[in-house]
Design a protein. Structure first.
Length: 319
């Protein structure tokens, strides 16, 4: 029986700074972050087994049609290898360049082989199936070095400029499909040395490695918190719970929760699951801001949950 293979949570730059302050310098390179839904399949002797971000899926219990697509693909590969990517295109998300395509695609960004997560595009091409709707995400931009002992503002400005450019026009979608439109942002991966362009393998015996070294940076329209910039170093200073609620309970976060919990649409029976997802995501991604308020978590998350539930009920009425 195939087991679910978890894709680790990728955090923001400030979380990586906090976790890497004593680790010296790390070389990085970015890939365009497509706005779709996290998906994967594992090769088995009897055919590929599909999964979403949180569970194994089947054509009968699907996520945006991914399992049905995998089931009809005829994909074959080394037993036990899991191919991760973004399932994206029309009907998965809205308001971005990739949603304007004439079909759904699967954009590969990582592969798990044994105890390693591989993220280098050259490695991924070895395992990605040859299929007209399967693509390997290439690098975006050149390598650069981050000194975590003292992050220079020039590096932060460089990353923010890159994210702004991608948000203005997704370069990969435009180059490959000739479609112009908004991009979501970038994901930055460590590479072994400047000039090599090769990503480091991520050992599974350090399950928090991705969260400690790999980070994401989203454009303004897709940012799930109130940070003014895509890449921030310091914690946002908020004066009280109402300001925190406005900072944390954003349209982008609520839309992400809706797509994760209710891919087929909002139904009132899903209220509890939706609320749990939102509060859990806030607690994970806004932990520093919550701590700075010096207020009990329940007194912060309660008002956040109330706003989220109000929004969700309005979405249920639209169905």
């Amino acid at each position: 029986m195939v087991e679910f293979v978890k894709w680790p949570s990728i955090e923001a730059f400030k979380s990586v700074v906090r976790n890497s302050a004593s680790r010296g310098t790390v070389n990085y390179r970015g890939k365009v972050k497509l706005h779709g839904t996290n998906a994967a399949f594992t090769f088995t002797p009897t055919g590929p087994v599909a999964q979403s971000r949180t569970r194994l899926i089947t054509p009968e219990q699907d996520n945006a049609g991914f399992a049905a697509w995998v089931a009809g693909s005829g994909f074959a590969g080394p037993d036990g290898v899991t191919v991760f990517g973004e399932w994206c295109g029309p009907g998965v998300q809205r308001g971005v360049a990739v949603s304007k395509l004439d079909r759904k695609i699967f954009a590969v960004f990582a592969v798990k082989v044994g105890d390693n997560f591989l993220t280098d595009p050259n490695d991924l091409r070895v395992y990605a199936p040859k299929h007209p709707d399967v693509f390997v995400l290439p690098w975006y931009g050149e390598e650069f070095t981050v000194n975590f002992s003292s992050v220079p503002q020039s590096i932060v400005a460089h990353m923010n400029e890159q994210v702004a450019a991608v948000e203005s026009s997704d370069p990969w979608i435009k180059e490959v499909f000739g479609v112009d439109g908004t991009g979501e942002g970038l994901v930055y991966y460590p590479v072994d040395s400047i000039g090599s362009g090769r990503a480091l393998s991520v050992m599974d015996d350090s399950p928090d490695y991705l969260g400690r070294r790999v980070f994401k940076a989203k454009g303004e329209a897709h940012r799930v918190n109130g940070h003014k910039e895509a890449v921030a170093i310091s914690t946002a200073l908020l004066e009280g719970v109402p300001e925190f609620v406005a900072f944390a309970v954003t349209e982008a976060r609520l839309q992400q929760a809706l797509s994760e919990v209710c891919p087929e649409g909002a139904f009132i029976q899903k209220t509890g699951e939706f609320l749990k997802w939102v509060q859990g995501d806030i607690k994970k991604e806004c932990a520093e801001e919550m701590s700075a308020l010096e207020t009990e978590d329940g007194k912060i998350l309660g008002p956040c949950g109330a706003r989220a539930v109000q929004w969700f009920k309005m979405k249920c009425q639209e169905v």
